[in-house]
Design a protein around this ligand. Structure first.
Ligand code: HEM
Length: 187
């Protein structure tokens, strides 16, 4: 079974249809997704500004991390769960949405950036914890993080615009490939 066939089946399940056609539940989910965005990305960017040495310069990075990270992780969890439910409500439209695909690729890159920071760069934190301006590796991680989260936000916002939707044909071969459109061959 292809991913598209599986998602077409998911889109026909009663809960997916109910969520998609709901009067209040879908807007409530999307509002929560946007609210969690301010919470999660807002705090993540504050952490990145500390790593750049632009704010909270007298606060040791480990103290900043220990106080902020639980809130950042909680915000991410709310983003992820509400995002999955938004996807579940309209699975085929989202799966074949170029902006959603770009957003997921950048989400993977953002998580890899976080993993590399916590598992590589942060190992030497004992040497720079109280420095007002952390070393280059930490600052590069911060710039990558800010650029990736802002790009994810823009891509997320663009999901609602159907310029490249598969049901609006003709689209260019590249768009049909990138969006995973199944275009019937002319008779
Ligand atoms: C964790 C980081 C995430 C961020 C920063 C983020 C950000 C956003 C933003 C800014 C929007 C536009 C909301 C609006 O103004 O209408 C959005 C929409 C959306 N997001 Fe996310 N998102 C994240 C994770 C996810 C995940 C993990 C999924 C699914 C697997 C997801 C699925 C969606 C969907 C389907 C929409 C479109 C809703 C619609 O327009 O109907 N998001 N996201």
């Amino acid at each position: 079974m292809s991913i598209l066939a599986f998602l077409e089946w998911v889109g026909q399940t009663p809960w997916s249809i109910a969520l998609h056609e709901s009067l209040y539940m879908y807007p409530l989910l999307e509002s929560t997704h946007v609210m969690a965005l301010g919470w999660f990305v807002g705090l993540a960017v504050m952490f990145d500004l500390r790593l750049l040495g632009w704010t909270f310069r007298t606060v040791p990075t480990t103290e900043f991390t220990s106080r902020l990270l639980p809130w950042v992780q909680a915000g991410f969890a709310v983003m992820f769960v509400t995002g999955l439910l938004l996807f579940y409500a309209i699975p085929v439209r989202n799966y074949q949405n170029i902006f959603f695909r770009v957003k997921m690729i950048m989400l993977v890159l953002a998580v890899l950036n976080i993993w590399y920071f916590h598992n590589r760069t942060e190992r030497s934190i004992g040497e720079w914890d109280t420095q007002a301006r952390p070393p280059q590796a930490a600052r590069v991680a911060a710039v990558a993080s800010i650029l990736l989260w802002l790009s994810i936000v823009v891509a997320g916002r663009m999901i609602a615009y159907n310029w490249f939707d598969c049901d609006i044909q003709p689209q260019s071969d590249f768009i049909n490939w990138a969006a995973g459109c199944v275009v019937p061959l002319p008779p």
